[in-house]
Design a protein around this ligand. Structure first.
Ligand code: KG4
Ligand code: ZN
Length: 318
């Protein structure tokens, strides 16, 4: 079974093709010009970029795998959450291609894709840390998910990106902060927010860190930020383990590509997707679609479901 996965929920136009468990291709075009010009993502511009890029990316991906459309069995795409314009572009493309060519179409939830790319056996706790979400999900079995913890305000990646902007680093700031981060002897003056609670909050520490920007070297602040996030994650994961009695942990989403955070979380029974599968990619969509096929889920050939900008994973399963 060969599956195409399309991911256009934010500013990367991405396509992945898998055959069973093998990744045939993982292609990504970042909207660099938009990010440079506007210093961030402009939803309308991103959606237009997806229109311009998706068709050619699909052609190139097939060609590079020595495949033709007739060799593909399933076409899947992220249906939400995300920016509605980009989602509509990706799904219109996927649905049309599937319908015209008699392929199976599968809509996929973005967080489910981040989680299922790990290929981990159920049950486990999934810690999704991305630019739009920070959640801990108890994954009991396929399509049986319970949200244990959420962010009350900003997402973890948003915390990195917003502060990086204040520090004049390019967007998205997370990877640039990791690049410049340097440990120093000075102890970070900011503590874990919401200590003892299972939920996250990043907006308070964002304000605290802003006050430090001209007082300490950028490199030190960058190190403190990723180190504090690692400590916050450890604290919340411990609480989630106590609540659920589940020790097996998957950490995924864009921020999970941070090497310092990956190292600090090794104290748990943890697994991370490979770094190139942590930030948004089409392979994760295809992997999730494969699970829908194997479980004969209601999403198989579900042409009726509409794109959605927001929806918790637990609602998605109902
Ligand atoms: O999962 P993702 O690609 O997109 C969303 O679903 O939001 O995550 C993007 C987020 C951005 O906030 C980005 O700054 C962050 O992941 N990120 C990182 C690193 N690479 C990406 N944050 C910290 N360290 C990194 N190496
Ligand atoms: Zn994502």
């Amino acid at each position: 079974m060969k599956i195409v996965g399309i991911e256009t929920s934010c500013d990367d136009t991405t396509i992945g093709i898998i055959q069973e468990d093998t990744i045939l291709i993982n292609k990504k075009i970042t909207h660099g010009e938009m990010l440079k010009k506007y210093g961030g993502v402009v939803p309308e511009v991103a959606a237009r970029n997806h229109v311009d890029l998706l068709d050619i990316l699909m052609k190139n991906s097939l060609e590079e795998c020595n495949l033709q459309l007739k060799d593909i069995d399933v076409i899947s795409s992220t249906i939400g959450p995300g920016m509605i314009g980009g989602l509509i572009v990706g799904n219109s493309f996927a649905r049309t291609l599937a319908q015209l060519n008699d392929k199976i179409f599968i809509p996929v939830h973005h967080l489910e894709a981040h989680i299922l790319v790990s290929g981990k056996d159920f049950p486990f706790l999934a810690v999704v840390i991305s630019g739009g979400h920070t959640v801990i999900v108890l994954c009991k079995s396929f399509m049986n998910y319970e949200i244990i913890s959420n962010s009350l305000d900003d997402a973890c990646g948003e915390f990195f990106d917003k502060l990086a902007k204040e520090m004049n680093l390019p967007f998205p700031g997370g990877p640039y902060l990791e690049k410049i981060a340097l440990e120093s002897d000075i102890i970070c003056p900011i503590n874990i927010p919401m200590a003892g609670k299972v939920d996250f909050s990043f907006s308070g520490i964002k304000t605290e860190f802003k006050k430090l920007i001209n007082k300490y070297p950028k490199e030190t602040i960058a190190f403190w930020m990723q180190d504090l996030v690692a400590k916050i994650l450890c604290e919340k994961i411990n609480i989630a383990i106590q609540k659920t009695n589940i020790q097996s942990i998957v950490v995924c989403g864009g921020v999970a590509s941070n090497k310092h955070i990956r190292k600090k979380l090794q104290q748990f029974q943890v697994c991370f997707p490979p770094i190139e599968l942590c930030t948004d990619n089409g392979v994760m969509v295809a992997m999730a679609a494969k699970m829908h096929v194997l479980n004969n889920s209601p999403m198989v050939n579900n042409f009726k479901i509409n794109e959605f900008p927001r929806m918790n994973l637990d609602l998605w399963c109902r």
